[in-house]
Design a protein around this ligand. Sequence first.
Ligand code: ADP
Ligand code: MG
Ligand code: ZN
Length: 555
Amino acid sequence: MLTAALNILKQHYGYTTFRPGQQKIITSLLNNKDTLAIMPTGAGKSLCFQIPALLLPGVTLVVSPLISLMKDQVDALNGVGIPATFINSSLTLSQVNERIYNAKCGRYKIIYIAPERLESESFQAAIKVLTISLLAIDEAHCVSQWGHDFRPSYRAVGTFITSLPNRPIIGAFTATATTDVTQDIITLLTLRKPDIYMTGFDRENLSFTVIRGENKQDFTLKYITTNKEQSGIIYAATRKEVDNLYSLLYKKGYSVGKYHAGLPDKERQHYQEQFIYDNISIMVATNAFGMGIDKSNVRYVIHYNMPKNMEAYYQEAGRAGRDGEPSECILLFGAQDPLLQRYLIEQTTFDTDRKTNEISKLQTMVDYCHTPECLRKFILSYFGETSDLTECDNCSNCKDDNELTDITLDAQKIFSCVMRVKERYGTTLIASVLKGSKDKKVLQLGFDSLSTYGLLKNYTLPEIRDAINRLIATDYLMLTDSEYPVVKLAPKGVAVLKNQTKVWQKVPKRTQKITVDNSLFSLLRSLRKTIADREQIPPYLVFADSTLKEMSEFC
Ligand code: ADP
Ligand code: MG
Ligand code: ZN
């Protein structure tokens, strides 16, 4: 059996050895076991159902959300001599029937299928003529509303399975490993005592970088100029941001395309193909782009905005370096990013529990952006992998040449301020008090008379906020899970306040501080109002108050 699988690997795909996990997953499916395979993006999940498909009798149905890619995927399979086809809404009824008929005659071993199809009763009836040995569900996390890509039509898979005269072997494939999603996959896709395989989540060839407090546009332009020949993806949080960034790069003469759900199908398809076939080197996109795209030579993924959670981040960043060559994943953190993501969560129709869960995941993402520890280690431990790794030498924190500094004194000032405001306020307010800001809210609450008021006045507000965020990320402080998260002192912080331990952190170099100019602040405010009116969005979505202040401080 294994020799047969290995032969297919060599003959059809041209590879000599299996990658970690592949062999076990293939064997499990061939042994008639329901199987759940959790492997990071780019690890090679497709082979794990395609090879059994060729070895099992009858046909394999592959459920995939990637309708726009089905034709390409099928063409690629046909190209290596694997008889496959697809069924989705781009076909007429007679084309669908023809394909089912051809499959019945043994002309296809694999049929890619859109989940929406499974809901249709006429399709359920038509497909009964086939012997389906294996039902492979790709991107299986789409079935779970806890995942980052929920597709309601995936819920039809369970009913579809029960509608079949003979239950096939079920294989589910995903890169998302959180327990709530895993549980949903097992239950909703009706897996029976599945064998679960999870390969290591580490992608050694990827380097991870977080950049805070730098001008995103300048950074990006500089980066793509020095990496001009390379292929890369730039993810931005909103369609508007994608459009803007695209225009900017296009005008500057870069070879660039764009992708978001607001573009006509044709245009999206066009840019996607141009990018895959290396006719354009940079793709500026929202998170709508990339799932299932097998472009092996993406050398960098820049996140122009922080995504909403770690799953989304690792999946998107993981699109770099599928060929195993060194590639870079860079996240540009801006003070606006958490606000925007929060706003987007609030706009959803999720119930309160779900929203709270999303907000706490968002906080972990913010923590990632502020942790002084190894970023790879942070990622791996988020996905439940313990590693002995202390320094990976391939992330911005490990390579960071900033001095490890004793910041106990400043940390104590921050902790006492948290205590003074009775652990009842968020990061922004605490930073304002420490800065000694004349912020309306600070004055209204009378916090300008606190002993901690202005204790860190020599730092800029963003620096103070950064410091607080780092102390949260390293568990000296904690945030409540409430709608408006409040900063509280964690046990580690208490020990520092009692002088029992010290706080050492790699602290970023100080930026130059320039005096605040109030008139500049008013000017920026009125500018913001104009933009907000024009775009018909709330002003805080243009810039938060705090950002306006930062800008007037920096200018
Ligand atoms: P995933 O679905 O897990 O994100 P894919 O199935 O798209 O990953 O595979 C990613 C890339 O790895 C593809 O280019 C694929 O051809 C390649 N690949 C898969 N298995 C092997 C292998 N055993 N040896 C070499 N390359 C492989
Ligand atoms: Mg895949
Ligand atoms: Zn590291």
